[in-house]
Design a protein around this ligand. Structure first.
Ligand SMILES: Cc1cc2nc3c(=O)[nH]c(=O)nc-3n(C[C@H](O)[C@H](O)[C@H](O)COP(=O)(O)OP(=O)(O)OC[C@H]3O[C@@H](n4cnc5c(N)ncnc54)[C@H](O)[C@@H]3O)c2cc1C
Ligand code: FES
Length: 274
């Protein structure tokens, strides 16, 4: 944010494309009036004029120059309107806010990335950076879960990434269909047997609270250290800049101190899983 500016004033952004990913999730490509430099894991506040504002994590590569994408699940008032947007419509954006993933702490380490549902969005941005800078990291393992093959996000990227030899990628679905050849079951089921340096390995988790809860438990059982597990936490937000207190998470404000936390920071707070 530029100094001297009203921190709540959004900049304009044109919707340039709308991609229907699944029956309940759309990706919007936006062209902001000014470039928004974000890091993987940071979030923006998106305003639909006359309706309201909601936080979303950009899902596109952070290196894109003119555009950014957000991937939005329809759950309520604002997201319903976001799903009705068409190319040419104008929304407001402010941010980026929060701390993203501490990429320098990942250098030289084996990484296991676990995503579920709409949690694929920030993970997609992170994966672009990890793959762009692939030689800086040890093994790279991606484990994802979604309800059904129709609910899988970013199908083309997933196919391209699955073909890479320097990435071990596996997706599971709760319920398969006639064309599904992959595993069926919860994402915790495909964490068994991962080949990773547990002493130094890093776990990165983003998804529905119940998925993060059981995946965290599983990675701890496998021997990863709690301070090496990074979770993207979602709390109800308003200001996004550490002023209003809506997003309190124990002694932290999720918007300012997070939304990415390591498990040691938050494990003793009540109700961290929602
Ligand atoms: C840092 C951060 C990043 C996020 N990134 C994304 C993203 O990339 N894509 C995406 O689809 N969603 C994301 N969300 C969640 C998104 O902000 C909410 O779904 C949205 O605010 C709901 O607004 P609404 O007006 O449509 O729903 P409302 O009408 O306000 O509520 C509908 C339902 O959604 C629940 N809800 C509302 N806000 C949140 C919230 N912040 N977290 C969890 N549940 C909520 C309510 O309890 C209610 O059950 C993110 C949230 C945070 C805090
Ligand atoms: S959203 Fe206002 S303090 Fe975090």
């Amino acid at each position: 944010m530029r100094s001297g500016m009203n921190p709540y004033r959004p900049i304009g952004a044109e919707v340039v494309d709308v991609i229907a990913e699944t029956p309940t999730i759309k990706t919007l490509r936006l062209r902001p009036d000014e470039k928004i430099n974000f890091r993987p894991g940071q979030f923006i506040q998106l305003t639909v004029p006359g309706v309201g504002e909601a936080p979303f994590t950009p899902s596109s590569p952070s290196t894109w120059k003119d555009c950014m994408e957000v991937t939005v699940m329809r759950v309520g008032k604002v997201t319903e309107k976001v799903h009705q947007l068409k190319p040419g419509d104008i929304v407001g954006l402010r941010g980026p806010y929060g701390r993203g993933y501490p990429l320098e702490a990942f250098v030289g380490k084996d990484l296991i990335v676990v995503g579920g549902g709409c949690g694929f969005a920030p993970i997609r941005t992170l994966m672009y950076v990890l793959l762009d800078q692939r030689s800086r990291f040890g093994k790279l393992i991606f484990r994802g879960g979604c309800k059904s093959p129709a609910d899988l996000l970013y199908g083309k990227e997933m196919d391209a990434w699955a073909a890479r030899r320097d990435l071990d990628l596996l997706i599971t679905v709760d319920q398969g269909d006639a064309g599904w050849r992959g595993p069926v079951g919860l994402v915790t089921g495909i964490l068994d047997g991962i080949d990773i340096d547990c002493e130094n390995g890093v776990g990165i988790l983003c998804g529905p609270p119940v998925m993060m809860k059981f995946s965290t438990r599983k990675l701890l059982q496998l021997g990863l250290r709690e301070e090496n597990l990074y979770l993207s936490m979602e709390k109800n937000m308003s200001c996004g800049i550490g002023k209003c207190g809506h997003c309190r998470l124990g002694t932290y404000y999720c918007c300012k101190d997070g939304p990415v936390f390591n498990y040691t920071q938050i494990k003793n707070f009540p109700d961290i899983w929602g």
